[in-house]
Design a protein around this ligand. Structure first.
Ligand code: NAP
Length: 247
C-alpha cells in the first residue's frame, strides 16, 4: 500500500460513465475501487484493463441501495487499498418509465433508495474517512446528477428527474457542511450520454434532436468528473457542472 496514492471509489464502475471514470482515474495515478451490483464479468474486465496498463484496481460488489453493502464496500476498500480520498457517486437507475399514473410504489422506493439514499450513505462513509475532524486528510466527492434535474423529464422520467433534483440539493448542502474539513463536494449534470442505461431505441430517437445532433460519450462526462476531483478544481465546491452539449 502506497500511503500517498489517491484512492478512488466509483460506484457503478462496471459500465458506462463509471467505467470511463475508473479507467481515466487509474491513468491519472489513482488506486481505483470499481463497485458494481450484478455485472461481475464487466467489472473484472475493467480491473484487468487497468492492471494490464500498470495501474491498481479492485472490483467490489455491493448494492448502494442497501446500507450493509455500502458499509462493506468502504471497509473492504480500507483493507484492499487504504482510506478513500475520492468518491464518485455514479451508480444509478432510470426506474419506472411513463406518466405518473403508471408508477408502482415499490419501484419508486427502489429508485430513491439507489439514486438518493445510496449516494448519501456512500458520502457518509467517505466523510467518516476523509474529514480532518475525524483525523482524515480531506478528499473530494463528485455526485452524478442529470440535466433532467432542471428539465423535469415530463411524460417519461419525472421520478428519475426528481431523484437528481435531490442529489443537487444534497450537493449544495453537504459541500457547505464539510468544506472546512478538507472535503470538496460537487456534481456533474450530464445530458443524453450513450450508455446501456437507455432503452434500445432511445439513442436513435433522441440523438439527432439534441443541440449537438449527437449524444455525449461516457469519456466526455468522465473528463469533467476527473477535473472536479483534481487539485485544478481546488476552489470549486458546491458546483453543478453541466455536461450536456447545450441541452
Ligand atoms: P449504466 O451504463 O446503466 O451503468 C450503471 C452502473 O451502475 C453499472 O455499473 C451498474 O452495475 C451500476 N448500478 C446500478 N444499480 C446499482 C446499485 N444498486 N448498486 C451499485 N451499482 C449499481 O449507467 P450510466 O448511463 O453510465 O449512468 C451512470 C450515472 O449517470 C447514473 O447515476 C445516471 O443516472 C447518470 N446519468 C446518465 C445519463 C445518460 O444519458 N447515460 C445522463 C445523465 C445522468 P452492474 O453493471 O453490476 O449492473
Amino acid at each position: 500500500m502506497n500511503a500517498s496514492q489517491p484512492i478512488l471509489i466509483v460506484t457503478g464502475g462496471s459500465r458506462g460513465i463509471g467505467a470511463s471514470v475508473a479507467v481515466g482515474a487509474a491513468r491519472r495515478g489513482y488506486g481505483v475501487v470499481i463497485n458494481y451490483k450484478d455485472n461481475r464479468k464487466q467489472a473484472d474486465a475493467i480491473v484487468s484493463e487497468i492492471v494490464e496498463a500498470g495501474g491498481k484496481a479492485v472490483a467490489i460488489q455491493g448494492d448502494v441501495g442497501r446500507e450493509p453493502d455500502v458499509e462493506r464496500l468502504f471497509s473492504e476498500t480500507d483493507k484492499a487499498l487504504g482510506h478513500v480520498t475520492a468518491l464518485v457517486n455514479n451508480a444509478g437507475i432510470l426506474g419506472p418509465l411513463g406518466r405518473i399514473e403508471t408508477v408502482p410504489g415499490p419501484a419508486l422506493a427502489e429508485l430513491f433508495a439507489i439514486n438518493v439514499a445510496g449516494a448519501m450513505l456512500c458520502a457518509r462513509e467517505a466523510v467518516k474517512r476523509m474529514s480532518t475532524k475525524h483525523g482524515g486528510k480531506g478528499g473530494a466527492i463528485v455526485n452524478v446528477s442529470s440535466a433532467l434535474a432542471r428539465l423535469g423529464g415530463a411524460g417519461e422520467t419525472v421520478p428519475y428527474a426528481a431523484t437528481k433534483g435531490a442529489i443537487e440539493t444534497f450537493t449544495f448542502g453537504l459541500a457547505q457542511e464539510v468544506v472546512s474539513e478538507g472535503i470538496r463536494v460537487n456534481a456533474v449534470a450530464p445530458g443524453v450520454i450513450d450508455t446501456e442505461i437507455h432503452p434500445a431505441d432511445r439513442m436513435a430517437r433522441l440523438g439527432p434532436a439534441l443541440p449537438m445532433k449527437r449524444p455525449g460519450r461516457p469519456d466526455e462526462v468522465a473528463n469533467a468528473i476527473l477535473w472536479l476531483l483534481s487539485s485544478e478544481a481546488s476552489y470549486v465546491s458546491g458546483a453543478i457542472l453541466g455536461v450536456s452539449g447545450a441541452r
